[in-house]
Design a protein around this ligand. Structure first.
Ligand code: GDP
Ligand code: MG
Length: 441
């Protein structure tokens, strides 16, 4: 993943003050590769990387993070900025019936999304919705929408054989008015690829129906075609927004960035499954994380910036790498976790730390437990903290008395420490090098 690769670069970038051209260039080569792997169009990748380069070179590096971390943060923020900062809702601010026209290629998810939107508007916003299928090319398509309508209790325009899409659109508009509907959703026919006939038909329907929203439905797995696809539809029918479907699949969703960059139109909704309720608002930062394939690294960096000093972080990273983890380190971790609100904090955000979490003092320890554990370690000598093997029965008794706890608590803490140290060793051997890197290693 990108985080692993950037981890290596973090190492290379260690210990420098501000972002130099060379630092940024190296990191951006990895970012570029990650974006292409996430199916972002080459043209968009190029422009995006140049934008980030301009922003990053010379940028001040926050005291407590490494330059590499800083680059990731800049890339992420820029992705969010390009994707659009906030979720943009479907606009229903027009005279009823407010018409929404769904456009896109065949199989992109138009019919499914039509029904999902209808369900959402009728159930959550109390709107009276009418759906109409204009797909005359595939006889089953009209039935598909009718069946979905029955399933979600939303009206569909009665099917009349032999009509053209434009005739259906006209009838739908009339029915929408006479039937007192708030919203009319037109589900159009697509083709397997963009061609003049599809565009001409879509444009003709648009002209007649005069929709308030024109939503382009695109599969999240769309690759290098995304820019061309979005531009073609936008040029011909002036789309008002994009719906990205199959975000539940394996795709990294780079199409979102491509289409947004190509059209400037907002991504309004995402489809996350075949079920009728599998429709969500678009959250730019979630998609940005997904595109970069980096989990919660950004929030980790943000939290780390607040709480972990650069020096501590570097020392910790070195120890992780060597597989060392003594009781002094445990005390530091406990203190940090306390500051960050328990295991929901720093450790929990690290990639692959789930097991570590389990090995720790229990996933939902409260602050009192941290305090007691910190007190226990505080009752040890410096030597004992550095070398836990020294802790024989009589020393444990002394420490228990000093900390005001039972010896069994000391034993429990020692066992936890053992488990954590083992885990650190394993983790730092297998791919956790990047984690160490993130801590300034
Ligand atoms: P249309 O040709 O554009 O109308 O596409 P359909 O709405 O008929 O969808 C084609 C297929 O994609 C159907 O099997 C849908 O169930 C499926 N589909 C649509 N949206 C999603 C989604 O968000 N996630 C998943 N996994 N499948 C979807
Ligand atoms: Mg369809």
């Amino acid at each position: 993943s990108l985080s692993d690769r950037l981890g290596k670069i973090f190492d290379g970038l260690r210990g420098r003050g501000a972002l130099s051209e060379a630092d940024v260039g190296e990191a951006l080569r990895e970012v570029r590769r990650a974006l292409l792997e996430a199916d972002v169009s080459l043209e968009v990748v190029r422009a995006f990387v140049e934008q980030v380069r301009e922003r990053a070179i010379g940028a001040e590096v926050t005291r407590s993070v490494t330059p590499g971390q800083q680059v990731v943060k800049i890339v992420h923020d820029e992705l969010v900025r390009v994707l659009g900062e906030a979720a943009v809702a479907i606009d229903l601010n027009a005279a009823p019936p407010v018409t929404i026209m769904m456009v896109g290629l065949q199989g992109s998810g138009k019919t499914t999304t039509t029904a999902k939107i209808a369900k959402r508007l009728s159930e959550k916003q109390g709107k009276k919705v009418l759906m109409a299928s204009l797909d005359t090319r595939r006889p089953a398509a009209m039935d598909q929408l009718r069946i979905l309508g029955e399933q979600i209790s939303v009206a569909t325009l009665p099917i009349v054989a032999g009509e053209t899409p434009v005739e259906i659109a006209r009838r739908a508009a009339r029915e929408g008015r006479l039937g007192g509907f708030d919203v009319l959703i037109l589900d159009t026919a697509g083709r397997t690829h963009i061609d003049e006939e599809l565009m001409a038909e879509t444009a003709e329907i648009k002209q007649l129906a005069d929709p308030h929203e024109v939503l382009l439905v695109v599969d999240a797995l769309t690759g290098q075609d995304a820019v061309n696809l979005a531009r073609s539809f936008d040029t011909r029918v002036d789309i008002t927004g994009i719906v990205m479907t199959r975000v539940d699949g394996d795709g990294r969703g780079g199409a979102a960035l491509s289409m947004r960059a190509a059209t400037g139109k907002p991504i309004k909704l995402i489809g996350v499954g075949e079920r009728m309720d599998a429709l969500e608002d678009f959250h730019p930062s979630r998609i940005a994380d997904r595109i970069l394939g980096m989990g919660d690294i950004v929030s980790l960096v943000e939290k780390a910036a607040q709480t972990v000093s650069a020096q501590d972080a570097q020392q910790m990273a070195k120890k992780f790498k060597k597989g060392q983890f003594d009781l002094e380190d445990l005390r530091n971790q406990l203190q940090q976790m306390k500051k960050m609100g328990g295991m929901g904090g720093l450790m929990a955000l690290m990639p692959g730390v789930g097991q570590l979490k389990k090995a720790m003092a229990g996933a939902n320890v409260d602050e009192k437990v941290f305090d007691r554990q910190i007190a226990i370690i505080g009752s040890m000598t410096k030597k004992e903290r550095a070398n836990p093997d020294l802790l024989n029965a009589s020393r444990r008794k002394r420490i228990a008395a000093g900390a005001g706890v039972e010896v069994s608590e000391i034993n429990k803490l020692m066992k936890q420490h053992r488990q954590m140290a083992d885990m650190m060793k394993k983790v730092s051997k297998g791919g956790m090098g990047s984690l160490a890197g993130m801590f300034g290693g």
